[in-house]
Write a protein that binds this ligand. Structure first.
Ligand code: AMP
Ligand code: GLY
Length: 428
């Protein structure tokens, strides 16, 4: 079967790597893809937000499954258009993608269905927002309602910081995404992501993962798309895991009760508070870089799983996982998440991948016809290692990381370090 994958990050490189291992995979088209490849993959140019263009490409190339990686095409309804054309789509339609596309929708949904989350208010003008802020005080979290590429959330320690963040939203920094603002109670604890596959009826959880959102060591600096990740998460208790799984099942049942046909990955972002797991957010897709530590551990054929999700037959599937631990370190361009240079030659990937258990997923890379590989984005590579213990996977990921080079290479040396200290490492 020919497959079309939309997206061009490390997440999509991990997805096509797993799909390419399926005996049933034919040509795998990736739009736009990156410098990474897998057997049978072809990168193509396509406007991922143009549903009609996606459908017509799929029809012309006899594509049997369209996999939608990033949030923007999901929110734009590309999955609806693909399904309406009679082609299987992995990813929710616009109605389900609202869980990620609008924080207000998502919080009101959680409230309607008694899903535990931070207390909140949502507003469409500065005066009401500021009045609410004065009532609740700081620390507090200010969020732009719509998609803002991970930049729309401010954890404000003081009222002044919160006021500045509110002003930014209503002054148009995030465009229409900031026209509604959500103000949230500040929660504390370790964060943990739990992703599930669902066809709207059956829910199959993946292993939990923990991302590192801040740019610099010690969880300092600006928020990024994610600087490193590991899975499973050693500090999560069995009770917390069971709670998170139950909440994800409850969410899927709640979607069905609202007649929302959700087929894809539902990503729950949790805070493990002293009172139990609380939902911070939903994403309507695979996480990036979470996918780069989850899929290498999946032993079940990913194509079979994705088709079952798309066709509503997930009840027939059982997921099998490798026992290994996975750690992934993000190599970023100097200056990321701010401005950075592009076009710098990358060396050492072959040597890194020669280490047993190491896979290097490409994110912001570009390969020229002569084979030269250069940097082309903020997050450049995801160096993933599998090991028989958390410590072993972590040591291997760093050993591999040091073999790769490009000018200005920047990475956090403390991915997973806090987890080594156990749960008390989160108590400040
Ligand atoms: P979100 O995109 O909503 O997950 O927010 C991005 C990041 O902001 C999260 O991963 C948390 O680190 C932080 N954050 C979001 N909401 C809260 C909250 N209510 N309390 C504390 N931190 C939060
Ligand atoms: N790594 C966080 C996300 O994918 O949203």
């Amino acid at each position: 079967m020919n497959i079309l994958v939309l997206g061009g990050g490390g997440r999509e490189h991990a997805i096509v790597t797993s799909l390419a291992a399926s005996p049933d995979a034919g040509s795998i088209y990736v739009a736009p893809g990156n410098g990474g490849s897998a057997p049978g993959t072809v990168t193509v140019t396509l406007d991922n937000l143009d549903a009609a263009a996606v459908v017509s490409f799929a029809q012309k190339h006899d594509v049997g499954l369209v996999v939608i990686g990033p949030e923007a095409p999901l929110v734009a309804g590309v999955a609806d258009a693909v399904r309406a054309a009679g082609i299987a789509a992995f990813g929710p339609g616009a109605a389900g993608a609202q869980l990620e596309g609008s924080k207000r929708f998502s919080k009101e949904f959680m409230e309607r269905h008694a899903l535990p989350t931070a207390a909140f208010g949502s507003f469409t003008n500065a005066a009401e927002t500021l009045a609410y802020l004065e009532r609740v005080g700081a620390p507090i979290v200010v969020k732009a309602d719509g998609l803002a590429a991970g930049k729309g959330v401010t954890v404000a320690a003081t009222l002044d910081e919160a006021r500045a963040a509110i002003a930014e939203c209503f002054d148009g920094r995030f465009g229409a995404a900031g026209a509604t603002v959500v103000i949230e109670e500040f929660l504390t604890g370790p964060e943990c992501s739990l992703l599930v596959f669902t066809d709207g009826t059956t829910t199959l959880p993946m292993a939990p993962a923990q991302d590192h959102k801040r740019a610099f060591e010690g969880d300092t600096g600006p928020n990024t798309g994610g600087m490193g990740v590991y899975s499973p998460v050693p500090i999560v208790t069995n009770e917390e895991l069971a709670d998170m799984q139950a909440l994800m099942e409850k969410t899927v049942a709640a979607l069905t009760s609202e007649h929302i046909d959700y087929r894809g990955v539902l990503y729950g972002g949790f805070m493990l508070t002293p009172a139990g797991p609380r939902l911070l957010e939903f994403n309507a897709r695979f996480g990036d870089p979470e996918t780069q530590v989850i899929l290498p551990r999946l032993k079940t054929d990913l194509l079979e799983v994705m088709l079952a999700v798309a066709n509503g037959s997930l009840a027939d599937v059982q997921l099998e996982w490798d026992d290994a631990w996975a750690v992934s370190v993000v190599l970023a361009s100097a200056g990321y998440p701010g401005d950075y240079a592009k076009g710098l030659p990358i060396t050492g990937i072959d040597a890194a991948e020669a280490l047993p258990g190491v896979t290097v997923y490409h994110a912001g890379t570009k390969r020229f016809d002569d084979g030269t590989l250069v940097t082309a984005g903020g997050r450049v590579l995801n160096v993933t290692a599998l090991g028989s213990s958390f410590q072993e996977a972590r040591a291997l990921a760093y050993q591999a990381t040091e073999l790769i080079d490009f000018e200005g290479k920047q990475y956090r040396r403390d991915i997973g370090k806090r987890a080594l200290g156990g749960r008390s490492a989160w108590e400040r």
